[in-house]
Write a protein that binds this ligand. Sequence first.
Ligand code: FAD
Length: 493
Amino acid sequence: MKKNHVIVIGSGNAAMCAAIAALERGASVLMLEKANTKEFGGNSRYTAGAMRFAYDDFNDLKPLLKNPTDERLDRTDFGSYPKTKFLADLQHFNEGEPLTDLQHFLVEESLPTIQWLASHNVRFDPIYARQTFQKDGKYIFWGGLTLESEGEGDGLVQAELRELMRLGGKIKYNCNVKSLLVENGKVVGVRYRNYGKDVEAKADSVVIASGGFEANKALRIKYLGQNWAKARVRGTRHNQGAGIEMAQSVGASLNGHFGGCHATPMDLHMPEYGNLNIPHIERKHYRKISYLFGVMLNANGDRFVDEGADFRNYTYAQFGKAVLEQPKQFAWQVFDATVYPLLYGEYKTADASFVEADTLEDLVQKLKGIPPEKALATLKAYNAAVHVEKTFDPTIKDGKNTIGLALPKSNWANRLETPPFRAYPVTGGITFTYGGVKVDKTGSVLNENNEPIAGLFACGEMVGGVFFYGYPGGSGLTSGAVFGRAAGYSAAQ
Ligand SMILES: Cc1cc2nc3c(=O)[nH]c(=O)nc-3n(C[C@H](O)[C@H](O)[C@H](O)COP(=O)(O)OP(=O)(O)OC[C@H]3O[C@@H](n4cnc5c(N)ncnc54)[C@H](O)[C@@H]3O)c2cc1C
């Protein structure tokens, strides 16, 4: 029987999963990537490799581990993360809208897809450094996110690339796909630019996995608003929304929340785009998401979010947006010395931007862009409102709150009283966008009548309708894998 030939656009996690699935089902696969050999792999290579999935207990996790004999495992409480909890976490960010079919599919397929990745030689490690607290000699996971791929995002994509090659797939770099070829209403290939030449490549089906539009300033302004002109791009510069526009041009329907995106507080002085040339560990240093242990002040000297509303996994993706919505799109994060041990490593590196002082009066003089007297008044009002009788406990939502402030801090509210005080300047860094093309559970791209466009599939960041007003951390890679696998299987048929 003739092998189906599948073209996959992009080389991030979603593209790799689509390609591996198509190869597994007997298709031949050509992957076309816009970036060169150094920058391939999209945002996926910038990630920590953290992947959220439903599991019952450690028995589900153990077969996935690179090192199942790690001596810490006996002293680790992984808890469980039932499907109902994953669904509830997604629902939390839907702002009252019901869960979509795609969200149900994501949750249902999450564990089988991670197991499938493991069967394709991707291995995982427990995220001890960022997702546990130690209590009574035990490691306790919080928040349902427990595993990351070995070697984080770079390790994930490299492992997937090895698998692609092992299964006989091909990848071509420096191929900027510009449009889809259509014959008799069916997508039959692509047109791409390669070293200044236009090239046509035919295929039985095409999977687009070319990411969202977060790196495209004009599209950010169009869909997200003017505040996003200045957003730093946390990952690749290549995700310009081309795949969404290509699909639209052949009749694809758009889906999801185009005004929504994932964005986190980042060092105000980070470069405009992420950069794979600096070591992976240093790339993360720009992120500043330990705000829950302090307070954030905007250019007016006001607090603007409940910093302790929830565990960071459930707020960090919203608070980048919140910072960009502030006047002049920056904020200062203020901490006292008691919480330094709890701050993520990225607050303690040589290149982290911060100011320090022994009194709050001196500190506010150093908060560039904020009237000092206003900042001091806010910090003093916050200190006076802290519920001192309650006990601080970072391992749980401790309910240690403020009393009487119009904008409360609901958990982990400690007085800022132990010097030296430190403040870190932050802005919003965009991670990825939520709006995209409409697909069904097979990964088929749908037209305005909800009918599949023959020969066209999509997955990953460029699919809409999976995330709306926020996102439980670690769901992006899982979504790429779940819909990538589905799209690859369908494209191979
Ligand atoms: C700093 C950072 C940390 C993150 N951490 C996590 C995490 O720990 N866990 C998690 O779940 N998610 C995380 N995310 C989100 C995650 O990166 C995305 O959800 C996921 O990687 C999207 O995968 P993708 O394959 O759809 O897109 P990408 O990985 O971005 O791949 C898209 C690819 O398409 C290519 N491309 C674009 N246009 C074209 C074109 N016209 N022709 C050919 N190729 C093209 C791009 O060059 C790129 O290689 C993080 C993101 C960032 C930026």
